[in-house]
Design a protein around this ligand. Structure first.
Ligand code: TMP
Ligand code: ZN
Length: 411
């Protein structure tokens, strides 16, 4: 039986998707033969409440020098990070002088570092994928190519002094060695320093049935209860929570050195809310598993029906998260002719596992399909607004969360 990555208790699997490819690895035709598959299953730890993957993929298979995700491709995310930095400002207490020293874990192409610098902080990014880090460096943003570990934290403190804040967005949920990262954060933080991170919020995933958040990069699915317990195990304390709309519903958690800062009443309220949802019992997790099978069947049936009607269907946004739906529902190029995406590194390649061709956005706009299947559903507002021409030309959107639906965006 598998053990919890945080507390070593025996974990209880509640969903098993079977064999899945790496969701953020878009193979060329020549790479089909070498595609890597693993068993995607998700479990809950009944002891510390951390929801987690049962089988892990080695991190060097996921984050490397041809990592395909560039945060700055979405205008919505750029403004989100500007707001993150604005909201961090009042919480910071520089341990010396007037400038705060802020370390960002998983700084990607510098989307948040640029705002930190612009706000007058001293910002240092830590990013394991060399190609995305290079984009940040070319923009003059200080970035260190490495995985963040306790050993690195000690070296950083030696070289730069303690950090007033460590920040991370959609990063901590990717790290299986989470205990080592939290130890590192604690040793890097100044006495009044804060660790502010955000990740998809488990109760939102459950509420929407957003099982496409389940893929190899997302090792953990946090909520306030599991984060509070995790923090306590590493000399830290959860002092604030703030819900955010990105990635289909995220939570921003603020941790401080245990006892250093008074927790906001929002923490106790969030814990009580989670308990009221029954999240400390197996029922909501079993309900999600049932919904997952139903949505996959319904999406496949809808696509088969569209094919029978002779309709052209194109995917919109070759998101990593769509890999789980595509492969679990067994969708392929016979149902979805291609997927358009603005990311040059994905174009000309194929979707993981199912091998649906990925094409530039121009191949959508120059020759609209009858139906666009919205894989980038977390960017729906932005996309519907800029694709009014598609609907004006008679195009329909197909979405699958929270339910399978075909029709107008209503915009
Ligand atoms: P994300 O859901 O992980 O942010 O990934 C979004 C993907 O969708 C990324 O590959 C970029 C792509 N995309 C488009 O192709 N067009 C768009 O308008 C948006 C917002 C994203
Ligand atoms: Zn546990």
């Amino acid at each position: 039986m598998s053990r919890c990555l945080a507390c070593s208790a025996q974990i209880e699997p509640f969903i098993d998707f079977g064999s899945m490819p790496i969701a953020n690895h878009f193979p060329t035709r020549a790479g089909f033969r070498d595609e890597f598959f693993f068993n995607l299953a998700v479990a809950r730890c009944p002891s510390c409440e951390l929801v987690q993957l049962v089988e892990l993929v080695e991190s060097t298979r996921m984050f490397h020098d041809h990592y395909a995700y560039f945060s700055s491709t979405s205008a919505g995310m750029v403004s989100h990070f500007a707001a993150f930095v604005d909201e961090l400002g009042p919480v910071l207490e520089p341990h010396s002088g007037t400038r705060s020293f802020v370390v960002e874990l998983g700084s990607n192409d510098g989307i948040m570092l640029q705002h930190l610098e612009a706000a007058g902080h001293r910002a240092l990014g830590i990013e394991p994928s060399a190609n995305v880090a290079e984009v940040a460096r070319a923009r003059g943003l200080d970035t260190h190519v490495a995985f963040f570990t306790t050993a690195l934290a000690h070296a950083l403190r030696e070289a730069h002094g303690p950090a007033d804040a460590v920040v991370g967005a959609n990063v901590l949920c990717h790290v299986d060695a989470i205990g080592d990262v939290l130890e590192g954060v604690r040793s890097l933080l100044a006495p009044r320093g804060v660790f502010c991170f955000e990740d998809p919020y488990l109760p939102e995933i459950l509420a929407r049935g957003a099982f496409d958040q389940f893929y190899e990069e997302h090792v953990f699915y946090f909520r306030a209860r599991s984060v509070a317990k995790l923090a306590a195990r590493h000399g830290l304390e959860l002092i604030d929570v703030a819900p955010r709309v990105v990635h289909g519903g995220s939570m921003r958690y603020t941790l401080a050195q245990a006892g250093a800062r008074a927790p906001s009443p929002r923490v106790a309220a969030q814990l009580a809310y989670e308990t009221s949802l029954g999240l400390d019992t197996p029922a909501p997790y079993e309900a999600l598993a049932a919904k997952v099978s139903r949505l996959a069947v319904q999406l496949r049936e809808t696509l088969e029906q569209l094919r029978a009607e002779g309709k052209r269907v194109q995917g919109y946004g070759a998101t990593a998260k769509s890999s789980t739906m595509i492969n679990y529902a067994k969708l392929g190029p016979e149902l979805i002719e291609s997927i358009c995406d603005v990311t040059p590194a994905k174009q000309g390649r194929f979707s993981p596992g199912a091998h649906i061709p990925i094409v530039p956005h121009e191949q959508f706009s120059a020759n609209y399909p009858d139906v666009a299947l919205l894989f980038a559903w977390n960017h729906a507002t932005e996309i519907f607004a800029k694709e009014r021409g598609f609907e004006a030309a008679g195009g329909q959107w197909l979405t699958y969360l929270p339910e399978v639906a075909l029709g107008s965006s209503g915009q």
